[in-house]
Design a binder for this molecule. Structure first.
Ligand code: MN
Length: 231
């Protein structure tokens, strides 16, 4: 096999305590998954009648924790969203809620960086969220902690500071759609594959960052994520 030009490199994540890296297949994001965040976005969720929904980012949007990211073009409202990340290690189609945890390889801390102004225009016009969500360096993720290392996370503090000032604080126990529910529902529509990643949504307190800001995210039991915005 020869290609006309060099194909893009395989994106990957560090795994805590291992030299092998976790190769990335797809990046899925759960939308509106904490009540207080759904309310602050003006779109409260009624779980009795609604179903989870998702968007994706291109794998090339991934960057490691510790990176300095460029302030993205065509926005005046560049937002952080601190999220727990679930790394999928086994294939799964129509995975039942009870067996959802069997496809999980591990967990990490991540940021769903968002051009909020572009996302809201798209949302309110019924257009795709793509320009607001999937852009260069918009998916910083820290090292994966394997299930063997940390077990399954169902309650843990999730928090973010910007320049050491607290901005987001919640607990992953407040997820509207649990990790198991998010996997079970997504796997009705797509066969999950090893290397898929699911970002589970952000709690309330999202806001803007500007050039020179330092974001520091924490999830209890996992390695913190640190990302700087270039000056
Ligand atoms: Mn998000």
């Amino acid at each position: 096999m020869s290609y006309l030009f060099n194909p893009p490199p395989v994106q990957s994540l560090a795994i805590r305590g291992k030299t092998d890296r976790f190769p990335i297949n797809r990046l899925f994001f759960v939308c509106r998954n904490y009540h207080a965040h759904a309310v602050e976005m003006g779109k409260p969720v009624d779980k009795s009648v609604e179903r989870p929904f998702y968007f994706t980012k291109a794998p090339q949007t991934l960057v490691d924790s510790g990176s300095t990211v460029a302030y993205p073009p065509e926005t005046q409202n560049y937002h952080f969203e601190m999220e727990m990340v679930v790394a999928i290690g086994k294939p799964g189609f129509r995975v039942s809620h009870d067996k959802a945890h069997e496809v999980i390889y591990g967990y990490a801390a991540g940021l769903d960086m968002t051009r909020r102004d572009l996302q809201l225009v798209a949302r309110d016009k019924g257009r795709p969220w793509e320009f607001g969500k999937s852009f260069a360096q918009s998916a910083p993720i820290g090292p994966i902690h394997t299930v063997a290392q940390v077990g399954h996370l169902s309650t843990a503090t999730i928090s973010l500071t910007v320049n050491e000032q607290p901005r987001q604080t919640s607990d992953i126990a407040k997820l509207i759609w649990s990790v198991a529910e998010s996997i079970a529902y997504l796997s009705r529509y797509e066969t999950l594959e090893p290397g898929d990643v699911i970002m589970t949504g952000t709690p309330e307190g999202v806001g803007a960052v500007v050039a020179g800001d330092v974001m520091h995210g924490h999830i209890g039991g996992l390695t913190d994520i640190v990302v700087r915005v270039a000056k």
